[in-house]
Each structure stands twice: as structure tokens, then as C-alpha cells.
Write a protein that binds this ligand. Structure first.
Ligand code: DGL
Length: 221
């Protein structure tokens, strides 16, 4: 493994490109090798075994191509198998992602936080454990948003009406909940961040985990 080797980065499809953008502007001198598993997207509705199988196949491919680290630019894949991947490839730094709940609540009191993620991420123990750190003091709502993944993968994200229809469906139920912040717990959703911010207004903080993950990558390298 050489310092000049690429950093491998993967996702179920196009979502991880949002992470790649953040990472390549934060660490512009690194080389990157991106694997978008579009043929098998979405992961969010798959079983743990199916997701795990894909993640191992992708990591094998990236390792064969000589990467020095792997970024799992997918909250769903991270929930499914980050521990197993780290155990299988101890020679590599493997950086995962999880919904950025901590930045939404840290140094604040009684926050109402809406977490948007895949159904898989939201029902996993990893996320319940994360929630249990904060829910004694804060109200945390969970909303799966499969249509946002579909919009990205089908190319329909260019259609403002379809995007708004999906966003209204997912956000309207919380309009009377006095939401302070929205956590984008899926890398696909980062592409809709601007529109979510416009719809919710500037008093709602819209948070993603991309920058935190980029810092973590720098730290580990
Ligand atoms: N982009 C992925 C995530 O961060 C998953 C989307 C999907 O394939 O369902 O969770």
C-alpha cells in the first residue's frame, strides 16, 4: 500500500457521489476510485445478507485495484456490515457513515429532530443505539424516504414536480411538530438538501454527515 494509492469509495448507486464531492474538495490531492452499485440499488429495501454480499464483492474489487482506504459512502451499507468488513480487511482503514444526529443536538436542549434515512438504516440496532444516547432529552422522529433514492437512480431528480411530490409526502406529517433540525441520513438525500431547506425555511437546520466523514478520513489517513 502506497501513500499515492487511491481512496476507494462506494455506495448502492449515485448517492455516494455527494460524499465524493465533499471529500475531493476537502482532500484535493488524493486520488479516488468510485464504485456506484447502480445495478443493485436500492440497498435500503434489501435484507442484511443481500447488502453484505454486495459490500464484500465491492470491497474485493476495490482492493484488487489497489486502494489504500475505503469510504462506505452509504449509511445503509455501514449499518449492515461495517464491523464485518473491518474484521475481514484489518490492513485497510474503512470509514463508514451514520446519520449525523450528534451535530443536531449537541450543546442544545429539547430539540425536535427529524431523521430521514432508508428503512433499513432506521430499523437497525446501530441506529436505535445512537438514538438511545439522545432521546431522553430530545424528541427524535424517523422517516424512511425510498422515493428520494428512486428519483436519483432513475434520473427523475431533474423533475421538480416529482421531487416536490416526494418531499411533501415525507415532510408534511411533521409540519406541526416544531422541528428544529432535519438530519439527512442517506447520501442520496444530500442532492435534495437545497430544496428541503427552501421548503422548511431557514429556521430549520438541515444537516448531513458528509463533512464529518471527510474529517474522519483525513484523521485516519
Ligand atoms: N445512499 C444510501 C445510504 O446512504 C442508500 C440508498 C439505497 O440504496 O437505498 O443509506
Amino acid at each position: 500500500m502506497k501513500k499515492t494509492d487511491a481512496i476507494g469509495i462506494f455506495d448502492s448507486g449515485l448517492g455516494g457521489i455527494s460524499m465524493l464531492c465533499t471529500l475531493s474538495s476537502y482532500l484535493p490531492n488524493e486520488k479516488y476510485l468510485y464504485y456506484g452499485d447502480c445495478a443493485n440499488a436500492p440497498y435500503g429495501t434489501k435484507s442484511r445478507e443481500e447488502i453484505k454480499e454486495r459490500c464484500f464483492a465491492i470491497c474485493e474489487e476495490l482492493i484488487q485495484r489497489g486502494v489504500k482506504a475505503i469510504v462506505i459512502a452509504c449509511n445503509t451499507a455501514t449499518s449492515a456490515c461495517v464491523k464485518e468488513l473491518r474484521k475481514a480487511y484489518p490492513q485497510l482503514s474503512i470509514i463508514g457513515m451514520e446519520p449525523a444526529l450528534k451535530p443536531a443536538v449537541i450543546h442544545k436542549k429539547n430539540q425536535n429532530v427529524l431523521v430521514l434515512a432508508t428503512a433499513f438504516t432506521l430499523r437497525e440496532k446501530k441506529f436505535s443505539d445512537l438514538m438511545s444516547l439522545y432521546e431522553h432529552e430530545h424528541r427524535i422522529y424517523r422517516q424512511p424516504c425510498p422515493k428520494l433514492v428512486e428519483l436519483m437512480e432513475s434520473g427523475d431528480f431533474h423533475d421538480p414536480q416529482k421531487v416536490d411530490d416526494a418531499l411533501f409526502e415525507y415532510l408534511t406529517p411533521y409540519q406541526d411538530c416544531n422541528i428544529h433540525s432535519i438530519v439527512l441520513g442517506c447520501t442520496h438525500f444530500v442532492f435534495f438538501k437545497k430544496r428541503i431547506q427552501e421548503l422548511c425555511g431557514n429556521h430549520v437546520e438541515v444537516i448531513d454527515g458528509n463533512m464529518g466523514t471527510a474529517r474522519q478520513v483525513k484523521h485516519l489517513l
